[in-house]
Design a protein around this ligand. Structure first.
Ligand SMILES: Cc1cc2nc3c(=O)[nH]c(=O)nc-3n(C[C@H](O)[C@H](O)[C@H](O)COP(=O)(O)OP(=O)(O)OC[C@H]3O[C@@H](n4cnc5c(N)ncnc54)[C@H](O)[C@@H]3O)c2cc1C
Length: 226
């Protein structure tokens, strides 16, 4: 960064020498540096053990290993791309983004914020005991997703995030103790998001897929809890 330049005033800032390339497990959660690669998310044993393999699942179809060794967590979140598997996955967890100027912001709020020139320093994921599962559908193995869904459950609350609609991922939260019929809950969950069409699929197809995948993820979570 040029002398006298405030961080965030240009895009040339180099974060690679700031020790932000690791995943640290703390008592209450994980702290993940902005320069951490997608491959690190995919292969980190404790992170995947704690969140039931969803990081492996949400990264494994992103291009190839060589690419995932270069693509970063910061780059994947800051762009807030509609197709991102990473945001879809993190939204269903209790995730915060640490910004250089903006401080600690819940990921859901960060996703609604307009792009600015702040710098994403780290993300923090709280270990709050959520059980989670992730799935995406692609037309070819390493293509962008047609739809991506993540569900997490804790204390009767269900956290559902759907991305690649093709708009950016959004979160909806349901109370399973009152919305107890799975078919009804799945319908409500899939209908709570807006869908659109692009070259990978129509609005109606995405909505249909979301319903199917949310139901399958819920069944998977039920299995795990048995
Ligand atoms: C061909 C291709 C296929 C892809 N397929 C998928 C896919 O299927 N699923 C998926 O989830 N993703 C996919 N991606 C996205 C990819 O995983 C990365 O998220 C994306 O390429 C960003 O890469 P990067 O980390 O090198 O960021 P960069 O290219 O270095 O940065 C992207 C932007 O974010 C800014 N930026 C980077 N880091 C920070 C930071 N810490 N703070 C503030 N701003 C920052 C940069 O200035 C730049 O404007 C694909 C990308 C490509 C090129």
């Amino acid at each position: 960064m040029a002398e006298g330049t405030e961080p965030g005033e240009n895009d040339a800032g180099d974060l690679s020498g700031l020790g932000l390339n690791g995943i640290e497990e703390e008592e209450n959660g994980f702290s993940i540096g902005a320069v951490c690669t997608l491959r690190q998310l995919e292969t980190h044993k404790e992170l995947n053990r704690c969140f039931h393999g969803i990081f492996k699942e949400c990264t494994r179809s992103i291009v190839g290993v060589q690419f995932r060794n270069g693509a970063t967590v910061g780059g994947s979140l800051f762009g807030r791309f509609g197709f991102t598997d990473i945001i879809t996955c993190l939204l269903a967890l209790d995730t915060y983004v640490e910004l250089y100027k903006g401080g600690l912001v819940p990921l859901e709020e960060f996703c609604r914020m307009k792009s600015d020139r702040d710098i994403l320093v780290r993300i923090h994921i709280r270990k709050d005991g959520r059980k989670a599962a992730y799935v995406s559908q692609r037309m070819a193995k390493t293509d962008f997703p047609v739809i991506a869904c993540c569900c997490a459950r804790k204390d009767g609350k269900l956290y559902v995030s759907v991305g690649a609609r093709p708009g950016k991922a959004e979160l909806a939260v349901f109370d399973e103790t009152t919305d107890c019929l799975k078919e009804e809950l799945t319908k409500r969950a899939s209908e709570s998001f807006c869908y659109g069409s692009n070259m990978r699929g129509s609005r109606a197809y995405r909505k249909h897929l979301a319903g199917i995948y949310i139901r399958r993820l819920l069944e998977g979570l039920d299995e795990e809890e048995r």
